[in-house]
Ligand binder design. Structure first.
Ligand code: HEM
Length: 557
């Protein structure tokens, strides 16, 4: 019988003094057979607990458990490797750090939580543009070469494992949905983000920008302030009024975006615990159920308002409620609500809520971050600002307050170059990831099915091969001439392929309207430095560590 089997079958506790002593002796001999620390065992055997019976000493139980688990893990990894030999072989053929047994580089990721991009940059520097890290038994492949990035993003639909965590907040939103569920949602949502519908939103964009300009005028002139707060409020109201079709005022003053900021920070901490990437969503939901509650409450109210506006008790459209603050303007929520009536594949209320949430969140922070960065850069590069202003003069003539038209936006060519160069240096979404459902060959390496591909957009954008002197801000890089011949994925702030950003057209229109509105009315004065701007944190979205401080002075048009 093995030593462990003895432990499984304890001898009955002796009742008399002599049999007690005999029992203790047996226990001593028995324990010594399996333990290398007899002195500790002796003291246990004659301890109060030892006299009580044959329970294992707590210390010993823990040691045994640890050894057993370790052996089990080694056996499991052996079996796993044997079963998935091709996966491991192909993974090991890709250059990358050795990592620790069992853990791979998981600890490095945790340790480098706050400088994850530096870690990625270092791995790439040492191992080349196709490199890998193991996180336990999971293969992460880092790609930075535009052709490789395109090969993967063009044909892969599945999001990377950590995106499962996004279901904590977004449920089955299009952003985190997979397979047929994703296809159906994307098909439903696409028409709402066509250029024709985005153009219809321009009057609402203009109105919100005018309100932001009024707020800016109330601030002390030429004093530094963090412009991100106002830009975020403006972008949020734009999305609420256009995509969600609800007047921002109706919802009252709620700190929805602050709640989202908190969510992002907590989510980021969760994200950097690789063992949670593969944990069941049910478990995570139970653990983090309070995360993002104010945003969810907000979404519930939007959905309730929209549904209430659509139907009266007799099932007819209720125009009075529409006037109360809800517009049926062909917004994406209206499209989604129509889909709830679809007999063959009706959209559930839960689905509707999840899509409202993702659009409110994805459409706000990204655009606000970019607008804030552009304003900081215009302050630091007065010559670029002067050129943007000349373009605005050409478009608007003397009519500074005239509403913006789709034709105006088309003519803001140089402003678009400035926006692109800003997103190159400071991509709002710094990393995207995909899970491979089939093998893909890139630069001579076969990436196995099941691997996660990570594309650090931030590093791709700073590649000197495609952007010489990559840290310099130079909007000329995006002139038509200079873009010619550049690989598609050398610049990909909205990602690419079928899972690319659905709101790209919307974002350009919203950002141009905001920036045009500010530049026509204010001069951005010099403040801070590019070095300040280089202090970034890469959470779910990019974050400027020192905030977005600018100084504005009302200008004579
Ligand atoms: C500067 C502005 C924006 C940037 C840089 C940006 C960037 C991105 C990126 C990189 C992705 C792909 C993420 C991934 O694959 O993991 C994405 C997806 C998405 N974006 Fe945007 N975005 C912006 C604005 C918007 C706006 C204005 C909206 C809506 C109003 C929006 C809605 C979405 C949605 C719903 C997805 C998920 C698409 C899918 O998985 O099918 N985004 N965005």
């Amino acid at each position: 019988m093995t030593a462990s089997a003895h432990y499984m079958k304890p001898t009955p506790v002796a009742k008399t003094a002599s049999s007690k002593a005999e029992g203790a002796r047996k226990r001593y001999v028995h324990v010594c057979q399996v333990s290398a620390t007899p002195a500790r065992v002796t003291s246990w055997v004659y301890s109060e607990q030892g006299r009580r019976g044959l329970e294992l000493p707590p210390q010993l139980t823990t040691d045994m458990l640890a050894v057993t688990l370790l052996l089990l893990a080694v056996v499991l990894v052996g079996v796993w490797r044997a079963l998935g030999r091709r996966y491991w072989r192909l993974g090991d053929a890709i250059p990358g750090p050795r990592g620790l047994p069992l853990l791979g580089s998981a600890l490095h990721i945790v340790v480098h939580a706050h400088d994850i991009m530096d870690y990625a940059r270092e791995v790439r520097r040492r191992h080349g543009p196709v490199c890998r890290v193991w996180v336990g038994g999971h293969l992460l492949v880092l790609l930075t070469h535009p052709a490789d990035v395109e090969a993967v993003l063009a044909r892969t639909l599945s999001k990377a494992a950590p995106y499962t965590l996004l279901r904590l907040l977004f449920g089955n939103a299009v952003f985190s949905a997979e397979g047929d569920a994703w296809r159906r949602l994307r098909r439903l949502m696409n028409p709402a983000f066509s250029q024709r519908l985005v153009d219809k939103h321009l009057p609402a964009f203009d109105a919100r920008c005018r309100a932001m300009a009024d707020d800016l005028r109330r601030l002390p002139a030429a004093q530094p302030f963090d412009v991100a707060h106002l830009a975020t409020a403006c972008a949020f109201e734009m999305v609420v009024e256009t995509s969600l079709g609800v007047h921002a005022d109706v919802l009252g003053n709620r700190d929805v975006m602050r709640s989202f900021t908190e969510f992002k920070e907590k989510f980021y901490r969760v994200l950097l615990q690789p063992w949670l990437w593969f944990t069941s969503t049910t478990f995570l939901l139970a653990r983090y159920k309070e995360l993002g509650r104010p945003i969810r409450d907000f979404v519930d109210d939007v959905v309730a308002l929209k549904l209430q506006s659509r139907f009266t008790s007799d099932g007819k459209e209720d125009n009075k409620t529409l006037e109360d603050g809800v517009e049926n303007n062909g917004s994406f929520v209206d499209l989604m609500i129509s889909a709830m009536d679809n007999k063959s594949e009706p959209l559930t209320l839960e689905d509707l809520r999840d899509q409202v949430l993702i659009v409110a969140v994805a459409g706000t922070d990204t655009s606000a971050f970019t607008v804030s960065c552009v304003l900081m850069l215009l302050g630091l590069h007065q010559e670029v600002q002067a050129r943007v202003l000349r373009e605005q003069h050409r478009i608007f003539g003397e009519e500074v307050e005239r509403p913006t038209t789709p034709e105006d936006l088309k003519q803001m060519v140089y402003l678009e170059q400035v926006i692109n160069e800003t997103m190159r240096l400071y991509p709002p979404a710094p990393i995207v990831g995909r899970s491979l459902d089939q093998e893909v060959v890139v630069s001579g390496y076969t990436l196995p099915a099941g691997a996660t591909v990570v594309v650090p957009i931030y590093l791709v954008h700073r590649d000197p091969v495609h952007f010489p002197d990559p840290d310099t801000f130079d909007p000329e890089r995006f002139s038509a001439d200079n873009c010619r011949g550049r690989p598609l994925c050398a610049f990909l702030p909205f990602a690419t392929g079928r899972r690319a950003c659905i709101g790209k057209r919307y974002a350009y229109s919203a950002m141009k309207t905001m920036l045009s509105s500010v530049v026509r009315r204010f001069q951005v004065l010099e403040h801070g430095s590019r070095r300040d701007m280089e202090r970034l944190q890469f959470q779910l979205l990019s974050k400027m560590v020192n905030g977005h401080y600018v100084r504005l002075k009302p200008r004579q048009w």
